[in-house]
Design a protein. Structure first.
Ligand code: GLC
Length: 581
């Protein structure tokens, strides 16, 4: 076994030097090779980087990102060290929900480029050792798709039963009390055929009827189309919504109102119905029939670890390889006990399967704002990155997270682009704030575009918060991410060691070991979650560890290079990652 990675001891500046020396100026360097060839599939330890294509890189000068822009930035992504990119939808779409309303599942929207551009992206990404994943919206189509146009044309059209049509309860009264995730009733009346259709999201996003086998066939054909092209798999949008109660019974009204002013409902008749697992199993069989370890990631916001295990297929492990674990990333406060509990559950209650941790995505305010206290935001962002990348997990990153982009909501309703915010304003400011253009440089349009105006404004922070500036700053957040990613691929304990919680009752410092079973060496990760210094003392003898000291692999300023495990002092919000031999 090659343990060189594990033996390296770096303080931050030395690590940066190492990264700069290996990365060079040309961007041609290969990503760090894992210390040992993994027998496990690539996605088990993957970092999947979510790209919101509209906001990544514009090459046409129209203020909207495009596929050639992604190709242009592959060198950056390779140097960062990500293994795959997930593109939010780039299919033809009327853009009522910015691509999550698809009108043709087997084409590229001209706004982003051509199919030839996409093929070029696949080849170029492969050359950079980066896999490409598509977003697959199974639950609904656009109301402008040919399928829905046919379906709505008459009650006896062959595609009528591809969607969910019902009579109302009376004039102007929908079939039941179900609500759209974007506010208001989930039913829209269609005067042509005098029936209502169901939409879990916008009226422009009618739900497909997954009880109809023709629907499953059509959607699986769409998946095959992209798998045949060579995509590495799919992020499955809104899968808990696939089935609804066939009797259309009302949902129970709960106390209080949601952000849109609608009554809160218990969603148990429109979400997580058991039938969805049959579809997931069939889809898994489909992707497994392809070579090259194709993967299914699920957009699954789940209340507990037991429900999460169900999405893997329970004991059979025959559904999604990586349902998103939002329980860790969405704790939304720096509470050491809660992080210990949730990371511990993922380690011990998922049947040994790999959790997929996510802090940031295109639907939630950025972690910078959800966790920052306004004073120690940089240090807190380093803590978030450390949790993401040093726990035993596959990980999703979201563009701009690595440079500390902040949520920048629209200043007024007239600037809002997100349909959810148009309805929810001002109580709900929507998702535009986390979708602003990537900040590449201090130049015009932050290096994102050359347009006079970009589709969403460039946040004013771009002069300091950008890739070019942070690449040159040894202690930047970007370099912190790069070190973590590089360490994770080089140090066996971080790549595949167990995640063992230590100091279980400390309310201020979160500490864990990463240890390859049976070894007496380990990596210790310790993070002070508070604005006061704290000293911790570890007794690790029951983990087979006799050493009294740990040597820094990566650490914040103010923490010693070699620390005494019986007396480790961490300044406010400081991180120490060290090797125990
Ligand atoms: C998912 C997407 C979100 C979209 C919704 C409807 O939650 O992540 O952006 O609005 O599904 O497709």
């Amino acid at each position: 076994m090659d343990c060189r990675g594990a033996r390296r001891r770096h303080t931050l500046p030395r690590m940066i030097l190492a990264v700069l020396l290996t990365a060079g100026a040309s961007g041609q360097t290969q990503p760090a090779k894992p210390a040992q060839k993994q027998a496990t599939p690539w996605w088990q330890h993957a970092i999947v980087y979510e790209i919101y294509p509209r906001s990544f890189q514009d090459t046409k000068g129209d203020g909207v990102g495009d596929i050639p822009g992604i190709i242009q930035r592959l060198g950056y992504l390779q140097q960062l060290g990500v293994n795959a990119i997930w593109l939010t939808p780039i299919y033809p779409s009327p853009l009522k929900d910015f691509g999550y309303d698809i009108s043709n599942y087997e084409a590229i929207d001209p706004m982003y480029g051509t199919m030839a551009d996409f093929d070029h992206l696949l080849a170029a990404a492969r050359a950079h050792h980066i896999r490409v994943m598509m977003d697959m919206v199974l639950n609904h189509t656009s109301d402008q798709s040919a399928w829905f146009k046919e379906s709505r044309s008459s009650r006896n059209n062959p595609k009528r039963a591809w969607y969910i049509w019902r009579d109302g309860k009376g004039p102007g009264i929908p079939p039941n009390n179900w609500e759209s995730a974007f506010g208001g009733s989930a039913w829209t009346y269609d005067p042509t055929t005098k029936q209502w259709y169901y939409h879990a999201f916008l009226a422009a996003q009618p739900d497909l009827n997954w009880r109809n086998p023709e629907v499953q066939k059509a959607m699986f054909d769409a998946c095959r189309f992209w798998l045949n092209k060579g995509v590495a798999g799919f992020r499955l949008d809104a899968v808990p919504n696939l089935f609804e109660d066939p009797k259309l019974r009302d949902e129970q009204v709960l106390p209080g109102k949601n952000a849109y002013g609608d009554p809160n409902l218990n969603p148990d008749r429109t979400e997580d119905l058991p039938e969805v697992h049959d579809v997931m199993r069939s889809l898994r069989k489909l992707v497994d029939s392809y070579q090259g370890d194709r993967v299914l990631i699920g957009e699954t916001y789940l209340p507990n670890i037991k429900d999460q295990l169900a999405w893997y297929g329970g004991a059979r492990h025959d559904e999604l390889q990586l349902p998103m674990d939002m329980q860790v990333g969405m704790i939304n406060k720096l509470d050491a006990s809660l992080f210990r509990e949730k990371i511990g559950q993922a380690e011990t209650q998922l049947d040994g399967l790999m959790p997929l941790f996510v802090f940031d995505n295109h639907d939630n305010p950025r972690s910078w704002n959800r966790y920052g206290d306004g004073v120690h935001d940089q240090a807190i962002a380093r803590i978030i990155a450390t949790i993401l990348l040093t726990t035993r997990s596959a990980d999703l990153m979201y563009y701009g997270e690595e440079i500390g982009m902040t949520t920048t909501p629209p200043a007024s309703l007239s600037q809002v682009r997100d349909p959810a915010a148009i309805r929810g304003w001002p109580a709900y400011k929507g998702r535009d704030g986390e979708r602003t253009p990537m900040q590449w440089s201090s130049g015009r349009d932050a290096g994102f575009s050359t347009a006079a105006t970009t589709w969403l404004p460039i946040p004013t922070s771009y002069k300091q918060v950008n890739v070019a500036v942070e690449s040159a700053q040894p202690d930047s957040l970007l370099n912190w991410y790069k070190h973590l990613i590089s360490m994770r691929s080089q140090i066996p304990a971080l790549a595949r060691g167990a995640n063992i919680m230590v100091d279980r009752s400390d309310p201020n410092v979160l500490s864990y070991l990463r240890q390859v079973p049976g070894q007496t060496s380990a990596v210790l990760v310790a993070m002070n979650f508070t604005d006061q210094p704290h000293t911790v003392s570890y007794d690790l003898r029951d983990k087979g560890i006799k050493a009294a000291t740990a040597h820094a692999l990566l650490k914040d300023q103010g923490v010693s290079e070699t620390v005494n495990l019986h007396h480790l002092t961490l300044p406010p919000f400081a991180v120490f990652i060290g090797e125990i031999q």
